[in-house]
Design a protein around this ligand. Structure first.
Ligand code: ADP
Length: 386
């Protein structure tokens, strides 16, 4: 089955056409600046497509130019927030679209854009099966003691304030591939997975299911990320609020100006590592803060899963930064974790083991592929008619 995978943002639309059986990408692209005017004259001249519907016309034209006539079997959408309702991918209909829309307050930057993408397809190809694949769904197996915040119950019952977790599609895919690499059925896979991209999270996997994860109500909680702070004392926000910071000021500071960028001045791990190696002390400290935080989470989650059988690194930093992996592993000596310097330094796109034979548990690098996971899930749902 050919599946069009759509990752729709507020002003961008990423797409891939995939052949699911062959596991290949036939074409891919990115439409940017949706709804962005040139800001100049008053004639409303656009620099990008007017809206998501127009962006989709461009996608359609690009696909046909690239691949000629082809029959798409389905469209798979990356949807950020599935709230408490969605524990697995679903076939989209009007009711499901409205349900995703009702979750907008929980993901105000993402879900409205996902809904625009779904509606644009519905209008253009009314008969096309569409599947929503939720970033939160894999974490619906968290036990209540892991998803509860210790705040008055009313915040949960009236406002849905609880931990949801993100990067679920990636974790589910990486868990499956890691278990296969270790020759274990995924139901017997107990591990800690560190998904380290621009956004970063770590997840505790017991029996192939998520039992704890570091992102919470939003993707802000947990690790030090490219531009996000991760964990901090919430009283800081009260303190700054009293000092006159608005909610928008706080949001910008925590989500866009913190993390590696706040500490080192660069949000890109490559730049931080280079600066640190050139003697920049702020960059070295940023790496220390980020690796210390991650090592603490890994230690905690080793306990949460009742003894992990593997530690897995994935996503841009996890797959590529031997320096960051080494720093994290250095802090995990108490768990008996030991990297093989040579294996850690090898560059490869394949899932692989990078620890020594005497390491207490294997350390793996397993490349993630969220689009592939979405395409496979979409084909499975459409074939099963769910
Ligand atoms: P996103 O969360 O946007 O999908 P990615 O998974 O692409 O992000 O990860 C982006 C991060 O990966 C950036 O911090 C980038 O510096 C880092 N990265 C990518 N390639 C390398 C590399 N070769 N060495 C070190 N870090 C890398």
């Amino acid at each position: 089955m050919l599946v069009l995978v759509i990752n729709s943002g507020s002003s961008s639309l990423k797409y891939q056409v995939r052949d699911v059986a062959a596991g290949t990408v036939l074409t891919e692209g990115l439409i940017e600046k949706i709804g962005v005017g040139n800001g100049g004259g008053g004639d409303g001249e656009m620099v990008g497509p007017r809206d998501h519907a127009e962006a989709l016309e461009q996608v359609d034209a690009a696909i046909h130019q690239e691949l000629g006539d082809l029959e798409l079997g389905a469209v798979g959408h990356r949807v950020v927030h599935g709230g408490e309702r969605f524990a697995e991918p679903v076939l989209v209909d009007n009711e499901i679209t409205r349900a995703i829309e009702r979750l907008n307050p929980l993901a105000p930057l993402h879900n409205p854009a996902n809904v625009l993408g779904i509606r644009a397809i519905t209008r253009k190809w009314p008969k096309m099966p569409q599947v929503a694949v939720f970033d939160t769904a894999f974490h619906r197996t968290l036990p209540e003691y892991a998803w509860r915040y210790a705040v008055p119950d009313e915040l949960y019952t009236n406002h849905g304030i609880r931990r949801y977790g993100f990067h679920g599609t990636s974790n589910e895919y990486v868990a499956r591939r890691s278990a296969a690499l270790l020759d274990l059925p995924v139901e017997e896979f107990d591990a800690v997975i560190a998904h380290l991209g621009n956004g970063a999270s770590v997840t505790a996997i017991r029996g192939g299911r998520s039992v704890d994860t570091s992102m919470g109500f939003t993707p802000l909680e947990g690790l030090v990320m490219g531009t996000r702070s991760g964990d901090l004392d919430p009283s800081i926000l009260v303190f700054l609020g009293r000092a006159g910071w608005t909610p928008e000021d706080l949001d910008t500071m925590l989500n866009r100006e913190s993390g590696l960028k706040g500490l080192a001045g660069h949000n890109d791990m490559r730049s931080v590592v280079e600066a640190s190696e050139a003697g920049d002390e702020r960059a070295a400290m940023a790496l220390a803060v980020a690796s210390h935080r991650l090592a603490k989470y890994i230690g905690g989650y080793h306990v949460a899963v009742g003894g992990a059988k593997a530690l897995v690194f994935t996503a841009g930093i996890g797959e590529n930064s031997k320096e960051f992996r080494a720093q994290v592993a250095d802090r995990l000596g108490a768990l008996g974790i030991e990297l093989d310097g040579g294996l850690n330094a090898e560059r490869s796109k394949e899932p692989r083991v990078i620890s020594t034979p005497s390491s207490a548990i294997p350390v793996l690098v397993v490349p993630t592929d969220e689009e592939r996971a979405i395409a496979e899930a979409t084909a499975a749902v459409v074939s099963a008619g769910r």
